[in-house]
Design a protein around this ligand. Structure first.
Ligand code: TGC
Length: 395
């Protein structure tokens, strides 16, 4: 027996424009042709396949929401759909697109000088140059206000000292966006002291070391960064960002992509469980003919479609310039939490086989543990929503 496609049952795509469907189909093809055939081996071998980076650039997926500088200038929903299709293959590849496009390129596009934009964005859009985004520090990521990395004046220039952790792509990046506290009132003080710097990774004193032993995001790279008196010229500072609203503005972009992306991982799990439920026979019939299995499949399907409708609503708000951080928190919390639950439910349908790499489900589940933790943990998003509801900050 062959199950009808889950797309056909709900017809979510009817809500998309032709242009959005075109982005969706191109990303789906890319994921199916370029990532799916190699991802189990890459995850097993902890291999990040850098040769795909310029191919993602050629498709227009890098910084695709940015206008000009060789970027596609696509809408928020189109960008979300691309995130979803890439994460249906593996969270590591959606993470790459997020770090490059939503974090590093967004920081330059939003806050950079014209010279900085001209220098970096066209090459990053093509995938010829890679960027990373250094905000989180070793003691924890939830409270960036407590960062200890500093930027002190050195004549006209700057000297950066400190450490960053869990920074995607840092060991292969050409440029790092590093957030640091400055001690010069002319460049912001008090709440405005956090500033961003563009650091070519070849600068003496900059070291990035991949973090070993990861059981999640194995087909992608996350690093420790050490900043040992990194000397930078005066124009390394991002002129348009003062205070934490700078990095948070980029996190909003990346969190938005995750809202869609996690639903891709969820859909991939659901498809695997659904298809296996028709071929795995226990007690003389396919397990998909049992009420308990159908209840699981139905609940997972409802959560995938609800999650996508929520993502679409937030995407339409974003396209109108009306999306708030609290709304982003609703989406990020829901998408990742439900995707993880779907991965776990699917694993139970697959039984013992579900723990092997014959199915993508444990890989997605393990990846989603990272997704649940970065860009604001579940708890941080609950507290952002709690503050929006009560008017009281509980952190
Ligand atoms: P507070 O310190 O009071 O506010 C500072 C300023 O920031 C503004 N702000 C935002 N602006 C835009 N978008 C947002 N979402 C914003 N959230 C806060 C705020 O208005 C204020 O502006 P101003 O002009 O008044 O100075 O911060 P808060 O009390 O609002 O926020 C507290 C809290 C806990 C919600 C916040 O600190 C938070 O979101 N924490 C989680 C941080 C996080 O997500 N960290 C993980 C980053 S992932 C990473 O670094 C790795 S990148 C991925 C990779 O490399 O693979």
């Amino acid at each position: 027996p062959k199950a009808p496609s889950i797309d056909a049952v709900f017809d979510f795509d009817a809500l998309l424009s032709d242009d959005e469907r075109d982005w969706q189909q191109r990303a789906r093809r890319f994921a199916q042709e370029k990532i799916n055939p190699v991802i189990e081996d890459d995850f097993e071998n902890a291999h990040f396949r850098t040769e795909l980076i310029p191919q993602l650039g050629a498709e227009g997926f890098l910084g695709m929401h940015i206008k000009g500088y060789g970027c596609a200038g696509a809408g928020a929903v189109a960008y979300g759909l691309v995130c979803l299709e890439l994460e249906a293959a593996d969270s590591g590849w959606r993470t790459f697109v997020s770090v490059q496009g939503s974090l590093a390129m967004s920081a330059i596009a939003k806050y950079g000088s014209e010279e900085q934009k001209q220098q970096w964005l066209p090459g990053m859009a093509k995938g010829e140059l890679v960027g990373c985004f250094g905000l989180t520090e070793p003691q924890g990521g939830s409270d960036p206000a407590g960062m200890t990395t500093t930027a002190r004046r050195d004549g006209d220039g700057w000297v950066l000292s400190g450490a960053k952790r869990w920074i995607g792509l840092a060991s292969l990046a050409d440029v790092a966006v590093i957030w640091a506290k400055v001690d010069d009132p002319e460049f912001g003080e008090g709440g405005r002291a956090v500033r961003g710097f563009l650091v070519p990774t070849s600068t003496p004193g900059f070291t990035a070391t991949p973090i070993p032993g990861k059981l999640s995001m194995r087909a992608s790279v996350q690093c420790d960064i050490d900043l040992d008196d990194v000397r930078l010229p005066a124009d390394a500072i991002l002129p348009g960002a003062e205070g934490l609203s700078g990095p948070f503005g980029c996190l909003n972009e990346a969190r938005y992509g995750i809202i869609w992306g996690a639903m891709g991982a969820a859909r991939s799990c659901l498809e695997a469980g659904l298809s296996r439920s028709l071929t795995r026979e226990v007690f003389g019939k396919p397990i998909g003919a049992n009420q308990l299995t159908q209840a699981k499949l139905a609940d997972m399907f409802v959560e995938v479609e609800k999650g996508m409708l929520l993502a679409l609503h937030l995407g339409r708000l974003k396209e109108r310039g009306a999306l708030t951080p609290a709304q982003i928190s609703v989406g990020k919390l829901n998408s990742v939490r439900e995707a993880l639950e779907i991965a776990h439910q699917t694993r139970s349908i697959l039984a013992g086989d579900g723990i092997t790499n014959a199915f993508p489900v444990m890989r997605h589940a393990n990846n989603l543990e990272s997704v649940r933790t970065y860009e604001g943990t579940d708890e941080i998003h609950q507290l952002v929503i709690g503050r929006a509801l009560t008017g009281l900050a509980a952190f």
